[in-house]
Design a protein around this ligand. Structure first.
Ligand code: NAP
Length: 212
């Protein structure tokens, strides 16, 4: 299968939570980490998130010039089977091109392209081939929890960065990887630790998935 090189990036509390209880957004990254993330975004051809992240955080998914000098503005890719992206969402604004991946409709309007990929569920492997064909060589997956689990479970991830801030959120807040999770030991996702780096008040973990 031809696919882009896939990098997962997220910011977490030390108890592995990536937002507040009820999916309410929280700024977890330090300023040093923000600078790293924007540089990483600028090196990628596309940034991908799930629809629940769009609904919870309304992110722009752009590169801020103040961190990188000259911003390239990667393609924004939203996994949104039922096409629930609000018309006034930041990802619909023309700061960059947007690709909305659904299982129900297809059209192109200005900088927004909507494609169908899969029947009841978005077929991630097929999507990787589509993105590769569109010239996406490096894809940054920024979440949320369900999307990160699905990419890992489907063995599509080449490397992963997690910035840990020294905070605890607790409760049933979304974690680094949600989805169905592992019920059997053989379904547990294993990693090699490539690097651990102190970053501002927190630390950055650089991981390589060990797919058999
Ligand atoms: N700290 C961080 O770094 C960070 C980064 C990003 C997000 N977040 C947080 O993460 C939370 C959202 O995470 P979440 O798990 O609720 O949602 P999510 O992963 O953002 O989106 C999941 C949704 O994407 C759609 N989807 C379509 N095809 C999919 C596929 N093949 N695999 C996975 N998802 C697919 C599904 O909705 P449909 O069935 O409607 O298509 C699914 O429910 C928010 O609280 C946000 O603040 C944190």
């Amino acid at each position: 299968m031809k696919k882009p090189y896939v990098i997962v990036n997220c910011a977490s509390s030390i108890d592995g939570k990536i937002a507040l209880v009820g999916k309410k957004p929280l700024k977890i990254s330090s300023e040093e980490d923000m600078a790293r993330v924007h540089k990483l975004r600028n090196e990628c051809d596309a940034i991908l998130v799930g629809i629940e992240t769009v609904l919870a955080d309304d992110p722009k998914l752009t590169v801020k010039e103040k961190y990188v000098g000259k911003a390239r503005q990667p393609l924004r890719v939203i996994l949104d089977s039922k096409f629930r992206t609000p018309e006034n969402a930041e990802v619909m604004k023309p700061y960059a091109k947007t690709l909305i991946v659904t299982t129900c409709k297809e059209f192109k309007e200005g900088h927004v392209e909507v494609i169908k990929c899969g029947n009841d569920k978005i077929d991630l492997k097929k999507l990787m081939e589509i993105l590769h064909k569109k010239g996406i060589k490096k894809l940054l997956v920024e979440g949320g929890s369900t999307v990160i689990w699905e990419f890992l479970k489907n063995k599509l991830v080449d490397e992963m960065f997690v910035f840990f801030a020294p905070i605890i959120i607790g409760g049933n807040a979304p974690s680094i990887a949600g989805g169905e999770g592992a019920r059997k030991e053989e379904d547990v996702i294993k990693f090699e630790i490539k690097e651990v780096e102190r970053m501002g008040s927190g630390f950055l973990l650089h991981l390589i998935p060990q797919h058999e």
